[in-house]
Design a protein around this ligand. Structure first.
Ligand SMILES: [Zn+2]
Length: 121
């Protein structure tokens, strides 16, 4: 079950507070900086990462993600360029505007359950 957390405290941590990141996927949890009132490209982006994690397994996904990021950082010497060229990110950014429906069920304050994934193939 995928859970989505809005206004998460993670984005108030000192090293992340002033970054441009609006969401992060940790296993089956999606943490968002702000509340979204509809299925936004950002939420869809994070749901694509959920599908990638399901497809590759969490260990392979995160080790490959980190490995690709470090490799690209050595090549480009730029954090943003390296991040945007990670193959998992390239796929997520390419698909985040596909408008297949997702529904969210409110569980409690700022916590939602994804009840339909946009990427079921
Ligand atoms: Zn991403």
């Amino acid at each position: 079950m995928t859970k989505v957390y809005f206004n998460h405290w993670f984005f108030r941590l000192p090293f992340i507070k002033n970054s441009n990141y609006g969401g992060i996927t940790l296993g089956s949890r999606i943490l968002l900086k702000r509340e979204v009132i509809a299925i936004s490209p950002l939420l869809r982006h994070e749901l694509i990462h959920i599908d990638q994690i399901k497809q590759h397994g969490a260990f392979r996904f995160y080790t490959r993600y980190l490995w690709e990021f470090l490799k690209l950082l050595c090549i480009h010497r730029d954090l943003t360029k390296a991040y945007l060229k990670i193959p998992f990110e390239v796929e997520a950014y390419a698909k985040q505007y596909n408008t297949r429906g997702v529904q969210l069920k409110e569980l409690s304050l700022n916590v939602y359950e994804v009840i339909a994934s946009p990427l079921v193939s």
